[in-house]
Design a protein around this ligand. Structure first.
Ligand code: MLZ
Length: 265
């Protein structure tokens, strides 16, 4: 239903402020994505953070890589930025005296891991070390304030980045609330999370930005959904002055077909 989304008009409508760049652990200059599909690299296993594994690039969007751990299934893909410290050229782990590990939920018998790894690496197209970009510096402190708008990864649908609001701030943590969606997608994260971006980041990097949903606080009163039943305001007061609608609002309701349009008005 929502054709396009513009931050400029949305910010005007919601009279909201954006979180300034200094809040974010993100490079103000968008790092170039020099990776290609099917290249392999070393990645930390998100489900077993002490394990370094071999991963294959199975998707690319802007400066983000969709990764699948070799030997794992296709149900646990995850996304990393090209300037994430979680990804390294193949060989880095061994150079630092470590050993590559099978991913959590390795499909085969654990004893077949050494041979699997050897075979995986002999045929691999390796990501060139120059494609890995340095991680941006961490902000000195938590500069976020309640009400600031940003763009954030939907961690339940991690291919999506969506407009959000800082709903709570607690020491080093912030609570991200997704605009127009029920609380089901909201989460706490560190202010230094790589999953949050300044407003305009998607447009700048060529990443898709999912428009806000249509839930949330509608800014106008809606007519009762069941015409036979009294509306909540009618139940609270029988006085005609409180149930009468503002003529401007009711006319806008009469001419707007869906609730998303009403919400965005
Ligand atoms: N259509 C899916 C994705 C919702 C994405 C919300 N993003 C904040 C669903 O309804 O589960």
């Amino acid at each position: 239903a929502t054709a396009s989304f513009s931050w400029t008009s949305y910010l005007k409508e919601t009279k909201a402020v954006v979180a300034p760049d200094k809040c974010f652990k993100q490079n103000p200059e968008v790092p170039e994505n020099e990776f290609a599909l099917n290249m392999k690299l070393e990645a930390q296993d998100p489900r077993s953070s002490t394990s370094t594994c071999i991963a294959t690039i199975v998707g690319i969007q802007g400066p983000r890589l969709r990764l699948r751990l070799d030997g794992s299934d296709n149900k646990n893909d995850f996304w990393r930025l090209v300037d994430s410290s979680d990804i390294k050229p193949v060989g880095t782990c061994e150079k630092n005296g470590g050993m590559l590990q099978p991913p959590l939920g390795f499909r085969m018998n654990a004893s077949s891991w050494p041979l699997f790894l050897q075979r995986t690496l002999t045929t691999a197209k390796l990501a060139p070390p120059t494609a890995f970009k340095p991680e941006p510096p961490t902000p000195d402190k938590n500069f976020f304030e309640v009400g600031m708008k940003l763009e954030a990864v939907d961690r339940k649908n991690s291919f999506l980045i969506c407009p959000g609001t800082v709903a709570k701030v607690d020491n080093r943590m912030i609570f991200i609330s997704f605009d127009g969606w029920s609380g089901a997608f909201d989460y706490w994260c560190e202010f230094s999370s790589r999953d949050i971006f300044p407003v305009g980041w998607c447009a700048k990097t060529g990443h898709y930005l999912q428009p806000p949903g249509n839930k949330g606080q509608p800014k106008v009163r809606r007519p009762s959904l069941s015409p036979g039943l009294p509306s909540p305001s009618q139940l609270i007061s029988s006085s005609p002055s409180t149930t009468k609608q503002d003529p401007h609002i009711s006319s806008s309701l009469n001419h707007t077909p869906d609730s998303a349009t009403v919400y965005l008005k």
